[in-house]
Design a protein around this ligand. Structure first.
Ligand code: IPD
Ligand code: CA
Ligand code: CA
Length: 266
């Protein structure tokens, strides 16, 4: 499949980092038996992947800036373009030998996503999108699911855990969603959650507390597959509210209405 020179640069960086992560993932599987667990090893793998991606993208677009999960903001000479990168999304899955994690590389121009790559090196699933150019899984064009009723839908989400998130507020949201859909799924990688929504595997997705590097590429992926992505109020204040809701126009709307019921003070 012919990709743009920009996407080729992003795909090459993701695949190069993916080769290292696949090797490290094989080692992590062996380390599960150790009492201490592979935490330090995974942190090193995460940083190695970020370094590979940084060096590849810097070589190809020297003037662009970076927002990377591990190293934060790296200013570029070009104030318009910034790479938004999570070198390993789904760290806990990786740590536990669960094969659902991804490299997420987004490119934003004037604060808006214009290109995205989400790559699971274990399954070799490469999700790509470019503004106005559609979304793809490997060489197949993606469309969001066509279901119109939330009752028939499977909804992806992210669940708070020890030390993370507002448990009470989330449980109120989950209570509303689970009572009005065919199933809820928690994969463990927000980037893959959005890519799967773009691919129609999930009919909708919502999560609170995500960071720009978790979702920049995935937001574009869903929109280029014909879906909608907003904050929980249906507005474009995803970063400010740290809420994200995605789906086709019917499910996106119904999911927002359902979540609002959990937020309305009784
Ligand atoms: C995490 C994953 C997870 C989401 C968390 C994120 P990380 O990213 O995307 O699915 O629920 O909120 O922090 O930490 O594995 O890069
Ligand atoms: Ca992440
Ligand atoms: Ca990460």
């Amino acid at each position: 499949m012919a990709r743009s020179p920009l996407l080729n640069v992003m795909v090459a960086a993701a695949r190069k980092a993916g080769r290292g992560l696949t090797r490290d993932y094989g080692e992590v599987e062996n380390l599960q038996v150790s009492m201490k667990g592979p935490g330090d090893f995974v942190s090193a793998a995460d940083k190695r992947a970020e370094q590979v991606i940084h060096d590849e993208l810097k070589k190809a677009r020297p003037s662009y800036g970076f927002l990377m999960e591990e190293r934060g903001v790296v200013e570029g000479d070009d104030p318009q373009h910034i790479w938004v990168v999570d070198p390993l999304d789904g760290t806990t899955n990786f740590l536990h030998g669960i094969p659902q994690f991804a490299i997420s590389i987004g490119l934003e121009k004037a604060g808006q996503p214009i290109a995205g790559v989400i790559y699971n090196p274990v399954t070799d699933e490469l999700f790509t999108a470019e503004r106005g150019g559609g979304a793809f899984l490997n060489d197949r064009r993606l469309r969001v699911a066509g279901r119109r009723e939330m009752a028939d839908s499977v909804i992806g989400t992210g669940v708070p855990h020890l030390g993370r998130g507002d448990h009470r507020a989330y449980l109120a949201e989950l209570q509303q969603v689970m009572a009005n859909c065919s199933g809820v799924r928690r994969v463990g990688s927000a980037a893959l959650d959005l890519a799967w929504t773009a691919a129609g595997r999930f009919d909708g997705f919502w999560e609170n507390g995500l960071s720009p590097w978790d979702i920049s590429a995935g937001i574009l992926m869903v929109r280029e597959a014909g879906g909608y992505v907003t904050d929980v109020n249906g507005k474009d204040k995803i970063a400010e509210t740290k809420t994200v809701v995605a789906g086709n126009e019917h499910i996106h709307r119904q999911l927002i209405d359902t979540l609002q019921k959990a937020r309305t003070p009784r």
